[in-house]
Design a protein around this ligand. Structure first.
Ligand code: AMP
Length: 433
């Protein structure tokens, strides 16, 4: 029987990779919290309708990529559920259904977690991937759009990442988009026959999506620009966002073709690109203002702005970076018993040392001492506490400094002091999850 394989498009994140992962996640949390954002977590699966309504038919995510399933309950009813393809709708749902917007204006939250899209797997495009993100919910102001963009920018800086390019556009107000939609329909309808199958469908249900099409690039290049449909208020709003970014010394490129893959955006839309990422996978993250989303989900109209950034893609860009942290030792102390009589004493010493904050592996195997020492080296330990029959009889242990290759006899009651003197690396309470 062949061994079970991991599902296509998923990744194991192995212990050696975890410090880098945690470092990216911690940097994001730190930068977000420095701006007054609080952490939030929502379920990994949600009502399918939330994504159908919130992301919208005509998007690849909803039409092709959702992991959906139906669960039957004991009463004969059933619920359609979907593994979340992104974080924004659920975060908005959680904020509004828990009335967090009643005492914070706006609500500022950040999140991190796995997302699921049944896409064609390749480098930088996974079926389970991770995003970090922030959302600012409850107010519409250019200063909030620029704040959100700045946090993303500062996050990349905190990773020591260079070469990020900020692509910026405005989609105008929801009214402007209605005008623009009509202009697009008028432009594309006469050439509908020559468009690809996806685009013919998009023209019916979601003409803005046509601008994303790579197949019909020539037709798209001649399409009307959204800027022609902008109201004076929307133009002013966008100018203010740009002014604030300039004040913050954040460079940006205006990109009128940037529509984002999702459907509820208004006003500011942006993406962070990186040249080292290839082709369609060149975005590290993106976001924008989604003032229309709350109503689509059945809540009172509530403005919001946010972004999501892919953790895997950040790590791809950082692959060879010196900024990435190295691994930590599994434990700084290995307590080894030699012979059955020493097992209990070794276990007792290990427990006591953990109580004083050391990370300790107990090795009460029957392996030979030289093998135990080699294993302690692999673990990254600096100290070995060795207890054999003789030591049990005399109430002592051998404390071996693996770096200096020195060893001394220490009374069992004084092991903690000996380790403090040896300056054994002390666990500062930091746990890598
Ligand atoms: P989106 O929600 O599509 O705007 O995606 C935001 C970011 O999430 C992208 O820029 C990527 O960094 C990341 N991302 C989206 N889809 C995937 C995927 N299938 N695999 C890996 N990362 C992804």
């Amino acid at each position: 029987m062949p061994p079970i394989q991991k599902p296509q498009g998923t990744d194991d994140i192995l212990p050696v990779q975890m410090p880098q992962w945690n470092w990216v996640l911690k940097n994001h949390a730190r930068v977000a919290q420095a701006h007054g954002y609080r952490p939030i977590q929502t379920p990994v699966f949600e009502d399918t309708a939330m994504f159908e309504r919130g992301i919208g038919a005509g998007t690849d995510v909803v039409d092709k990529e959702m992991y959906s399933f139906e669960m039957h309950d004991e009463k004969g009813g059933s619920t359609r559920l979907t593994l979340r393809p992104e974080g924004t709708p659920a975060t908005l749902r959680a904020v509004l259904s828990n009335h967090l917007d009643q005492d914070r204006h706006p609500v500022r939250v950040h999140y991190a977690g796995p997302m699921f899209r049944h896409d064609k797997p390749q480098k930088g495009r996974r079926r389970q991937f991770n995003q970090v993100g922030i959302e600012t919910i409850g107010e519409r102001a250019p200063s909030l759009d620029s704040e959100v963009i700045e946090i993303g920018w500062r996050f990349f800086q905190s990773l020591g990442m260079s070469g990020v390019s900020l692509q910026l556009n405005t989609l105008g107000s929801l009214d402007d988009r209605t005008t623009y939609r009509a202009a697009l329909i008028a432009y594309f309808t006469p050439m509908a026959e020559s468009l690809c199958e996806d685009c013919r469908r998009r023209l019916e249900i979601n003409p803005l999506r046509l601008l994303d099409c790579k197949t019909d690039a020539e037709a798209v290049a001649g399409a009307p620009q959204l800027t022609d449909s902008l109201s004076p208020e929307s133009t002013d709003y966008f100018a203010e966002v740009q002014r604030r970014l300039t004040d913050a010394e954040i460079p940006f490129t205006l990109n009128p073709r940037l529509v984002r893959g999702l459907d509820y955006y208004a006003h500011t839309a942006f993406e962070f690109w990186h040249t080292s990422l290839q082709g369609a996978q060149n975005a590290l993250g993106g976001g924008g203002r989604y003032d229309g989303l709350a109503e689509v989900l059945g809540f009172p109209a509530t403005p919001g702005v946010g972004y999501a950034i892919g953790v895997e893609r950040c790590l791809l860009v950082l692959e060879d970076s010196d900024a990435l942290p190295g691994g930590q030792p599994d434990a700084e102390v290995v307590v080894s018993s030699i012979g059955v009589a020493a097992v209990a004493a070794a276990a007792d010493v290990a427990r006591r040392l953990r109580g004083t904050g050391h990370r300790v592996v107990l090795d009460d195997s029957e392996r030979r001492l030289d093998k135990k020492i080699r294993n302690a080296d692999r673990i990254g330990a600096t100290i070995m506490v060795i207890i054999g029959d003789d030591e049990v009889r005399d109430g002592v242990a051998q404390v071996r400094n693996l770096e200096k290759r020195q060893q001394e006899r220490v009374p069992l009651g004084k092991i903690e002091d000996a380790l403090a003197e040896a300056n054994a690396f002390h666990n500062d309470g930091r746990i890598d999850l």
